[in-house]
Design a protein around this ligand. Structure first.
Ligand code: ZN
Length: 229
């Protein structure tokens, strides 16, 4: 009997599938990504999987290690700080532009997304809630009507998902819906200054919930043990 023919899956579809699994934490930072297993799970050839892994490596979502294979990227503290800085900058400009350019339809879409996000949080569906938050930030980028900025932000949001998976305290990943509503209000009012300020407050809230203090390399043993019995 003939083996079932592999569907000629487009690399874009595989890329999206794997990227979503990485963003959602189904494939967590540091997870090994063996070609053969991926090929089986995705019903694709190993060559195609290799191609997609190398595209994800270009996006810094996957790390290719010589002789060891592919792993989901695990940002260092330093990289995490850089991602936060870059995201803060891109998001502030995006919020400004969205306040200047958002259509009533775009604003309606944002409100719907935040309502869905709230429902997901209320039902403790953290993965879905975080995905909806990311979707909300992408919607602001769309409303800002600058595709170059939207591309930059999409990449930063994906890398930010990895950062949060590694450095956010348990239960503190994702956004605050209250912040999102304040942002939409400013965007709907067509007020770029308030929108930018609301985004800065929002990003500060997200960043403050990450533990980005580097672990102490040198410990003073006497100090550390002074008060113990
Ligand atoms: Zn947010």
């Amino acid at each position: 009997m003939d083996r079932p023919k592999r569907r000629a899956t487009r690399p874009e579809a595989l890329l999206e599938k794997l990227r979503a699994a990485i963003e959602d934490g189904r494939l967590p930072p540091g997870a090994r990504l063996p070609e053969e297993k991926l090929a089986r799970a995705l019903d694709a050839s190993r060559a195609r999987v290799r191609e997609v892994l190398s595209l994800l490596a270009n996006e810094r979502l996957v790390e290719l290690q010589t002789n060891r294979g592919a792993f989901v990227a695990k940002p260092t503290v330093e990289e995490a700080r850089h991602i936060c800085e870059a995201r803060l900058m891109a998001e502030r400009t995006t919020a400004r532009l969205a306040a200047e350019r958002a259509t009533p339809d775009a604003v309606r879409k944002m409100r719907e997304m935040v309502a869905e996000e709230q429902i997901a949080w209320d039902s403790d569906d953290v993965r879905n809630a975080v995905a909806k938050s990311r979707g909300f930030h992408r919607a602001i980028a769309e409303a800002a009507a600058n595709p170059v900025l939207a591309d930059i932000l999409a990449s930063l949001l994906s890398r930010s998902a990895l950062t949060q998976a590694v450095y956010a305290a348990r239960g503190a990943a994702g956004c605050l819906c209250h912040d999102h509503s304040a942002l939409i209000d400013a965007i709907e009012a067509g007020d770029p200054d308030t929108a930018e300020a609301a985004m800065k407050t929002h990003m500060d809230n997200i960043i403050s919930r990450l533990d980005l203090e580097p672990l102490a390399q040198e410990v003073d043993i006497e100090d550390a043990l002074r008060d113990t019995l």
